[in-house]
Design a protein around this ligand. Sequence first.
Ligand SMILES: [Zn+2]
Length: 145
Amino acid sequence: MATGRDLDRRVAARVLGRRPGAPCDGEIGWDYGYACLRCEATWSPDADRAALTPHPWEPPPYSTDAGAAWEVVDHLQAAGWGLVLALAEPGLPLEVAVVAGPTIRGVGPVLAVFHRGARHAQAGAATAPLAICRAALEAAASGAG
Ligand SMILES: [Zn+2]
């Protein structure tokens, strides 16, 4: 099972239909080093700024950031998929969110279930963004991005 940036790239390509590595001509800013303001590409402070445009597009951290994971949820919702999130923490009642709001609680073991018609795609993980990414790949693999 892919994790980290490899998983983020797979989600970008297979779920969102974007091409990691494709040329990006986003504006270059500064954040303890050079950083693209459009994608997640970063460089060290001593990089040659003039050589950074264009650069390979880097996807947002879908599998580790709740805001980025919600882009994946929005995309699948637009394609007709609903989402049920189940979050279980020891000692606390099971929390189930049906098509949750703009934030995701990224704590405790999480089950994410995308559903469309009679089909569903689900995955569990330690955090909501990771569960969403894994379930989204399952949904995309079922033939409906
Ligand atoms: Zn960029």
